[in-house]
Design a protein around this ligand. Structure first.
Ligand code: UGA
Length: 431
């Protein structure tokens, strides 16, 4: 099939490359000229494991191309995926300007039956709005359908998630739209759930909010474990083994970040309020998450004393491992707080994210390797659980730090072992 993907970010580029890999002709569109040039030069504008090879192979074989011209791309395609950004406004409401602009551009290029699919995460009823816009702005008599097909792609595992989904959600209002999308996704052999468009839209916001709720639940438990001497890792394991609950997304830590959960939780709260529903449950999910970073700082402060004049080493800057994404990363909040508390130096190391973090914090020190960051530091903070940090030379860390203090926001080490080795080890939700 001939496919256009509008918006070549983390979702659009993965979607386009994966459909090309499945044998379709895909045009990835973006308005950012610099990004397009990077892609045409065979480079990927962000780090996503395996994406460079997939994009390159499909580009060379001619199934994947890049364009800045939305109208020509839509004219040449049967299916159009909208993958543009839907950032948050200050109120939590979704900023729909990119969706609105894209819908108008698509309307101008409708020249025969086309299926317009929203993949961007959007508030319920957006599909209805797109349909009305297309009806108003498209040439008379031209046929089209609108569908919702939300994405469930985790950064760092996006290709795997695309190729091996737990489920594919298809929200449609016509048989023709359903058959196009079933044809597209059937090679993946995944369960397909067919719904109306509004339900499909809601499934996405509800999924991300539910996962965020599990994380905040684990973080709430972590606070209780710290007060009572229980171990949140064991408690999470114990509840997660119940198949009705499940073990995933119960890792306590310094809170969820990234470009999705914080934005989608806020959007869901806004949608709930606007509809006159009680969404206090989700508001509390957000409150618990926002308290995490300060809780972590305060736990460290109890051991280290005043931050003023201290040198703090940080391992991990991205919002999670296997990505170079700093959006809403807990590290950004923690660094801001440390600067506010007048630390003398922050020395950071991350395997992939330092260039992006330099744009936000140009004045902290970026180290060439994890051990360079800790030399003479008053404490080491672990803020992202990169594999690179799983089995370090603990004796070397102990010898390098001024005092052997490690605050571990991701619970990657065994607290008993750390204590035996003489560390002042500060994990989350365990002693
Ligand atoms: C999330 C969803 O998992 C995807 O299904 C969805 O498609 C995507 O948002 C999106 O809406 O586009 P992502 O934000 O890439 O994916 O990453 P996750 O793996 O979900 O992690 C989100 C945050 O939760 C990270 O900061 C992570 O450290 C944190 N987390 C995750 C925890 O603190 N504890 C856990 O147990 C799991």
């Amino acid at each position: 099939m001939k496919i256009t993907v509008i918006g070549s970010g983390h979702v659009g580029l993965v979607t386009g490359a994966c459909f090309a890999e499945l044998g379709h002709d895909v045009i990835c569109v973006d308005h950012d000229k610099k990004k397009l040039q990077t892609l045409k030069d065979g480079k990927i504008p962000f780090y996503e494991p395996g994406l460079d090879k997939l994009v390159h192979a499909n580009y060379i074989e001619g199934r994947l191309s890049f364009s800045g011209d939305t109208i020509s791309a839509v004219l040449a395609s049967e299916i159009i995926f909208i993958c543009v950004g839907t950032p948050s406004r200050k109120t939590g409401e979704v900023d729909m300007s990119a969706i609105k602009k894209t819908a108008s551009q698509i309307a101008q290029a409708l020249n025969g039956y086309k299926l317009v699919v929203e993949k961007s995460t959007v508030p319920v009823e957006t599909g209805e709005w797109i349909l009305k816009t297309l009806k108003k702005q498209a040439p008379k008599g031209v046929e089209f359908d609108v569908a919702s097909n939300p994405e469930f792609l985790r950064e760092g595992a996006a290709i795997h998630d695309f190729m091996h989904p737990d489920r594919v959600i298809i929200g449609v209002s016509s048989q023709k739209a359903a058959s196009y999308l079933v044809q597209l996704y059937s090679p993946l052999n995944a369960p397909i759930l067919m719904t109306d468009i509004k339900s499909a839209e809601l499934i996405k916001h509800a999924s991300n909010s539910f996962l965020a709720m599990k994380i905040s639940f684990a973080n709430m438990l972590a606070n209780l474990c710290e007060k009572t001497g229980a171990d949140v890792v064991k408690v999470a394991k114990g509840i997660g083994l119940d198949k009705r609950i499940g073990e995933d997304f119960l890792k306590a830590g310094i809170g969820y970040g990234g470009s999705c959960f914080p934005k989608d939780v806020s959007a869901f709260i806004h949608i709930g309020k606007k509809s006159g529903c009680n969404f206090k449950l989700i508001e509390e999910v957000r409150n618990i998450n926002e308290e995490r970073r300060m809780h972590f700082i305060k736990r460290l402060e109890k051991v280290i004393g005043k931050f003023k004049g201290k040198t703090i080493a940080i391992w991990g800057l991205s919002f999670k491992p296997e990505t170079d994404d700093t959006r809403e990363a807990p590290a950004t909040y923690i660094i801001k707080e440390l600067i506010k508390r007048k630390v003398k130096n922050i020395r950071a190391f991350d395997p992939k994210t330092m260039d992006n973090m330099k744009k936000i914090f140009p004045n902290i020190i970026y180290s060439k390797c994890p051990y360079e960051a800790i030399k003479g530091a008053d404490a080491l903070l672990i803020l992202t659980e990169w594999k690179d940090f799983s089995h370090p030379d603990l004796l070397k860390i102990k010898a390098s730090l001024k005092k052997p203090i490690i605050a571990d926001g991701r619970n990657i080490y065994d607290p008993q072992k750390m204590k035996r080795m003489g560390f002042s080890y500060i994990p989350i939700g365990r002693l």
